[in-house]
Design a protein around this ligand. Structure first.
Ligand SMILES: Cc1cc2nc3c(=O)[nH]c(=O)nc-3n(C[C@H](O)[C@H](O)[C@H](O)COP(=O)(O)OP(=O)(O)OC[C@H]3O[C@@H](n4cnc5c(N)ncnc54)[C@H](O)[C@@H]3O)c2cc1C
Length: 407
């Protein structure tokens, strides 16, 4: 056995193949796969280790738009995204059956598995993806070690942990997750179609919750290749019987919660398996260690309703892979001081804080029933609806005001 003062779990030294690289990324979800492609395309020696050759059909982010697109473009993934996803550029926003406003702007719908596959397909050398499970990790100021379930080993100068919400490897390094809000939100994902086979009358639609007691933030409908995808985001006790109703009698329960939707959906049915997810908001502690850096959900989880998970992981990938990791590799060692530069990055801190702020805002806007939030909620929708009406009477007015405010 090797023993190193900074090693938290000794790794057996004998036997097996050892793969030597500069950067080993553990976890090939969106964060790890994008990071691997960015670093490899810049000419760095990278291996990406994930326990699954193909990301499974799991419910995660399914639409990309707004500022996220600019980051995808800067990082060189926009063509890949365009070719894997369904585009849409108008979202009809409704509440209580009435139009609140219309969001205009390019967006793309696709399954998370397709999104990850797209990111992995951008690896210049497909053999840099190792399909295996990392079972042990040890880090130091100098060389880092991974042990894989197959018996193989990886040595690297830097390890990037992009293992999502699984905290097992971090735990082996003494990294803990602090839960900020257990069961913060509940999300449902399913695909719908009209029973008569006709297309829906909208490209994409968002329907906001009607009653505070329901805890519905919004239902978002948008196109993916398999049809019209629905993401329902709620702030409600995950043990409430409504969760069972949503799984078993989805169509009727959705209309019970959002009666104003009926006119827009007509006679519809769910055409695939309902998936749901209860999200704890959490952030890691004890992560500042030599040789290892955490990105994406491995560092902090996000509220799906706030839609900030991808924005956060894109900032992580961009700052780490464009700015810090290439610079760190230029000099010997991988000290805590080097690693601390990433965690102290202004853009990263701002994105992490914004994600938590938005998570709390969406929850309060949906479910706080005190007078202050009631007024705020009414003003929120009133402002949007007045702005929309003025923009309809004087087209271009809103864009003009926005650009004047930006100047
Ligand atoms: C229901 C839901 C809806 C969401 N909706 C949105 C949204 O609308 N907008 C938005 O911006 N964000 C949304 N998010 C958040 C977003 O999906 C996540 O932030 C993002 O997917 C995190 O990616 P990641 O790469 O960090 O983690 P993951 O995608 O979870 O990847 C982790 C990877 O690590 C691998 N791994 C773990 N342990 C090991 C090991 N020991 N060895 C090898 N491999 C390992 C796993 O196999 C996996 O591939 C949503 C999340 C959920 C749950």
């Amino acid at each position: 056995m090797t023993t190193d003062r900074t090693v938290s779990e000794p790794i057996a030294a004998a036997g097996g193949v050892t793969i030597a690289t500069d950067i080993a990324i553990v976890g090939g979800g969106l964060a790890g796969s994008l990071a691997a492609a960015v670093l490899a395309r810049a000419g760095h020696r990278v291996v990406l280790v994930d326990k699954r050759a193909v990301y499974p059909d799991e419910f995660r982010v399914e639409k990309i738009g707004g500022h996220q697109l600019e980051a995808f473009r800067r990082l060189g993934f926009i063509r890949g995204l365009e070719s894997a996803a369904c585009p849409y550029d108008r979202v009809l926003n409704i509440r209580e059956g009435k139009v609140v406003d219309v969001s205009v702007g390019q967006a793309y719908g696709l399954s998370y598995a397709d999104l990850v596959a797209m990111a992995r397909s951008q690896l210049p050398d497909p053999s840099s993806l190792i399909v295996d499970e990392v079972t042990a990790i040890s880090c130091s100021d100098d060389v880092q070690h991974l042990e894989l379930a197959s018996g193989r080993r990886v040595t690297a100068r830097l390890i990037v942990l992009a293992t999502g919400m699984s905290g097992v490897l971090g735990y082996k390094l003494g990294i803990r997750r602090r839960v900020l809000a257990a069961g913060h939100s509940v999300s449902f994902g399913f695909t719908i179609a009209r029973r008569d086979g006709a297309p829906f009358d909208f490209k994409a639609l968002t329907c906001y919750g009607e009653r505070i007691a329901d805890g519905v933030d919004y239902l978002s409908l948008f196109p993916i290749r398999a049809g019209m995808r629905a993401n329902l985001f709620m702030f409600r006790d995950p043990a409430d019987p409504i969760m069972r109703d949503l799984r078993r009698e989805t169509e009727a329960t959705v209309l019970r919660l959002l009666p104003g939707l009926q006119t827009y959906l007509g006679d519809f049915r769910v055409v695939d398996r309902i998936r749901n997810w209860v999200m704890d908001l959490s952030v890691v502690e004890g992560h500042l260690q030599p040789g290892v850096v955490l990105i994406g959900d491995a560092f902090q989880t996000n509220c799906p309703a706030a839609g900030t998970g991808v924005a956060r992981l894109l900032v992580d990938v961009e700052r780490l892979c464009i700015e810090y990791a290439p610079r760190w590799l230029m000099t010997p060692g991988m000290s805590r001081e080097k690693i601390s530069e990433f965690y102290a990055d202004r853009d990263k801190i701002a994105a992490d804080q914004q994600s938590l702020k938005m998570a709390r805002f969406r929850q309060a806007l949906t479910s706080r029933d005190d007078i202050g939030w009631d007024v705020r909620r009414r003003l929120h929708f009133l402002r949007r609806s007045i702005t929309h009406r003025v923009d309809q009477m004087r087209p271009g007015w809103l864009a003009h005001v926005r650009s004047a405010l930006r100047a």
